[in-house]
Design a protein around this ligand. Structure first.
Ligand SMILES: *[C@@H]1O[C@H](CO)[C@@H](O)[C@H](O)[C@H]1NC(C)=O
Ligand SMILES: *[C@@H]1O[C@H](CO)[C@@H](O)[C@H](O)[C@H]1NC(C)=O
Ligand SMILES: *[C@@H]1O[C@H](CO)[C@@H](O)[C@H](O)[C@H]1NC(C)=O
Length: 495
């Protein structure tokens, strides 16, 4: 009997252990973005991006009045960055290409030799270390001259972006096999046009954000189709966009419908057109905005419709589903006289849902960031239910602090808790194949400047050499990568 008990115990331990291992072939990486790390904003023939102009003209819009002029100086220190990525054992490194560095006037008649050399060096350097480059075409640094022509609200940008994408695939497609077309459309359209707080800082709530939204989906589809038709046959890579999605939890049982409607806004706005059989806008949301626009006296919906032809054009333009995730909200209906609560990512008052956070969710270093690890699992399960049994990639997830402590135990806890939820989602049957830490090292965090730090690696921004120092979370993450599991985390935690 005693013997049997020991056998049972051993089996249980083995099973529990197995559950904490990531599937074979699961890949771990870390991400950065061009404007946040490169610096060298005015070298050689590079032209200014909207973020260069915005930070220079409106320093008061940035928490510490800073800019990405120098940032981590990765334009000059890319060799060291690759060394650090290799030290962590990353399987892949996600970087973005600066459109105005590669194409100084935004169009394709002039291709910067300097920009081409920089990205070739970076990509080749990563490959030499056995690290896969995962490349984002657009991470928010639009050439200012294209913004002057209306940027993402001008439908012509669909063609401009397609031309740019073709150049990037032509230059780097022989070595880059995983592409993200556009990073977080919701931020590009809502934080720029609804809130007016991110570069170029244009306030046009309910109009500009929707023009932007439609053009972004069309531009993504155009860039996906160029790859699919002209490059996929010889390079066999994969292309998708990545969405940043807050998990919307019902405030209580009676608000399941409100939470679901909000998810159709938060996730569906940039997914439904691409990932569903019917295509176009999420129907509940499209109807809602049409009716609201009518009540407001507009002759037609503020949300521009897709023609049948456009629906077909956008539908199915994916090779995987990519998601960036940080935080959750509690959703419930508005009480009479109440305005729409904590609503950082979308137009206050556009939908009559109150979004709150649970008092037990600790706040990280950003106004919008409250920690709720189970939200990640629930989100992944929701995505699979809505968009199907696809390959899912977590393309950003990470934690911010105000202090730059090397012993960053809260960041370690965040990674541990979220990776546990990834394992649970995999057990739920969601085919998650990649996890990407945001971010490899502290960098220019948009309007938070250098006041919020997301890095596994500390960067000393007062040091002209931008000294990099591994935090404990970097060692913690390296160990998870090495063991391919969470089995070892208790020992690692004691570092
Ligand atoms: C580039 O910008 C820096 C400020 O970040 C300035 O000191 C430098 O003179 C500029 N270089 C050129 C070539 O304009
Ligand atoms: C997950 O997706 C990858 C890439 O498409 C595929 O190779 C793999 O077989 C899938 N795994 C499962 C369990 O469906
Ligand atoms: C790191 O911080 C944690 C929590 O504050 C503490 O328990 C631990 O002793 C610290 N480790 C080191 C090496 O300072």
């Amino acid at each position: 009997m005693f013997y049997l008990k020991i056998v049972v115990l051993c089996v249980l331990v083995v099973l529990a252990g197995a559950e904490r291992r990531f599937p074979d072939g699961f890949k771990f990486g870390a991400a950065t973005a061009a404007y946040q790390v490169e610096g060298a904003w005015n070298v050689s023939d590079k032209s200014p991006s909207v973020w260069d102009i915005f930070t220079h003209d409106q320093p008061h819009a940035i928490a510490d009045g800073s800019s990405g002029d120098v940032a981590c100086d990765s334009y000059n220190k890319w060799r060291e960055d690759i060394e650090l990525a290799a030290e962590l054992g990353l399987h892949f490194y996600r970087l973005s290409i600066s459109w105005p560095r590669l194409l100084p006037n935004g169009f394709t008649n002039i291709i910067s030799e300097d920009g081409t050399r920089y990205y070739n060096d970076l990509i080749d350097g990563l490959l030499e270390k056995g690290i896969e480059p995962v490349v984002t075409l657009y991470h928010w640094d639009l050439p200012q001259n294209l913004q002057d022509l209306g940027g993402w609200t001008n439908p012509l940008i669909v063609g401009w972006f397609k031309d740019y994408a073709r150049i990037v695939y032509t230059l780097f497609g022989d070595r880059v096999k995983t592409w993200i077309t556009i990073n977080e459309p919701i931020v590009i359209c809502e934080v720029v046009y609804t809130m007016g707080t991110f570069a170029p800082g244009i306030s046009s709530p309910g109009i500009g954000n929707y023009l932007c939204g439609k053009n972004i989906l069309m531009a993504h589809a155009a860039a996906w189709r160029v790859y699919d038709e002209e490059f996929k046959p010889k390079y066999h890579g994969k292309v998708s966009l990545t969405n940043q999605i807050f998990w919307m939890e019902p405030y209580s049982e009676e608000f399941i419908e409100e939470a679901e409607f909000t998810m159709q806004y938060a996730a569906g706005f940039y997914s439904h057109a691409i990932y569903t059989k019917e295509g176009g806008w999420p129907p509940t949301f499209e109807k809602y905005i049409a009716e609201k626009s009518k009540r407001e006296g507009y002759p037609r919906s503020r949300l521009p419709p897709f023609t049948e032809e456009e629906k077909e054009f956008v539908k199915g333009t994916h090779d995987f589903y990519a998601v960036n995730h940080y935080t959750s909200r509690l959703a419930r209906s508005l009480q009479p006289g109440e305005t729409a609560g904590l609503w950082p990512m979308f137009g206050a008052g556009e939908i009559d849902v109150f979004l709150d956070v649970h008092p037990d969710w600790p706040q990280a270093a950003n106004s919008w960031f409250f920690v709720n690890p189970p939200g990640l699992r629930k989100l992944l399960v929701w995505l699979k239910k809505n968009y199907g049994d696809l390959e899912y990639m977590i393309i950003e997830n990470g934690y911010s602090t105000r202090e730059g402590d090397i012993n960053d135990s809260k960041r370690i806890q965040y990674y541990q808790d979220h990776l546990e939820q990834v394992l649970l989602a995999i057990q739920d049957g969601v085919n998650v194949t990649r996890y990407t830490a945001w971010t490899l090292f502290d960098n220019f965090e948009w309007t938070d400047g250098y006041t919020s730090k997301f890095g596994l690696i500390d960067v000393d921004f007062n040091d002209p050499s931008r000294k990099r120092t591994l935090r404990n979370s970097a060692r913690f993450y390296a160990n998870i990568i090495k063991t391919h599991s969470l089995d070892d985390i208790n020992t690692i935690n004691k570092i």
